[in-house]
Design a binder for this molecule. Structure first.
Ligand SMILES: [Zn+2]
Length: 217
């Protein structure tokens, strides 16, 4: 069986999507070399097994698995083609999508944004599942040097070295997006951290790639 460990990780983490996105929207994938395992399309997250999980090459062609892959294969393939990300989570999360409908990026109003970068940019709208949308997402992430992007009128995408981290970082982005929207709704003007403050926070994380690793502060 091709990519058995990656497919197992997809099965194990698929249930985590339920807390991040409504209904059966959203998808996730785990990479191994020049291919990735991805959630199947239109199947409840608890209704498929390892052999069902589609395996797709970074060229976008399905190689294994009994089920049809998510319609967002181009998004996943393009991101893997761009960098060495190990996993991708795509959601229609409530608060990131609130920013998405307003075409508003998420600025650095909380240091935990450093889990994905110094801001989360907005990728231009294109129809879901298209190569055009995939290109817009890669362009936005590159331009902002961020491992996450808000997708205009659509949702959120987060990449990381592994799927557990991608899921956790999607929660971080949702949380900060909520803080931002709620502060705005209350009539406050959220204060952004300065470049120097962000750099100092990054240094404090030291050798930890993952700001969350400092734990609970
Ligand atoms: Zn979507």
């Amino acid at each position: 069986m091709q990519l058995q460990a990656a497919r197992q990780a997809v099965v194990e983490q698929a249930g985590e999507l339920a807390a991040l996105t409504p209904g059966r929207t959203g998808n996730l994938s785990v990479r191994d070399g020049d291919a990735f395992a991805i959630t199947p399309t239109a199947v409840p997250y608890d209704r498929f097994g390892v052999a069902d999980v589609p395996v797709v090459g970074v060229d976008g062609e399905q190689r294994d698995g009994t089920m049809t892959p998510s319609s967002e294969v181009p998004m996943h393939a393009s991101i893997y083609d761009r960098d060495d990300a190990g996993a991708i989570v795509h959601t229609h999360g409530e608060w990131s999508t609130t920013l998405a409908v307003a075409h508003e990026e998420l600025p650095p109003i909380h240091y935990m944004i450093l889990a994905v970068g110094k801001r989360v940019p907005v990728a231009e709208y294109a129809r879901y599942g298209t190569d055009e949308l995939a290109a817009n997402i890669v362009e936005a992430m590159d331009e902002a040097d961020s491992s996450a992007a808000i997708i205009a009128n659509h949702g959120l995408v987060v990449t990381a070295e592994d799927v557990e981290t991608a899921v956790e970082n999607a929660h971080h982005v949702e949380s900060i997006a909520k803080n931002y929207c709620e502060a705005k709704a209350a009539g406050f003007e959220p204060e952004e951290l300065s470049e120097a403050e962000l750099e100092t926070a990054l240094e404090a994380f030291g050798s930890y790639q993952q700001p969350g690793a400092e734990g609970g502060h």
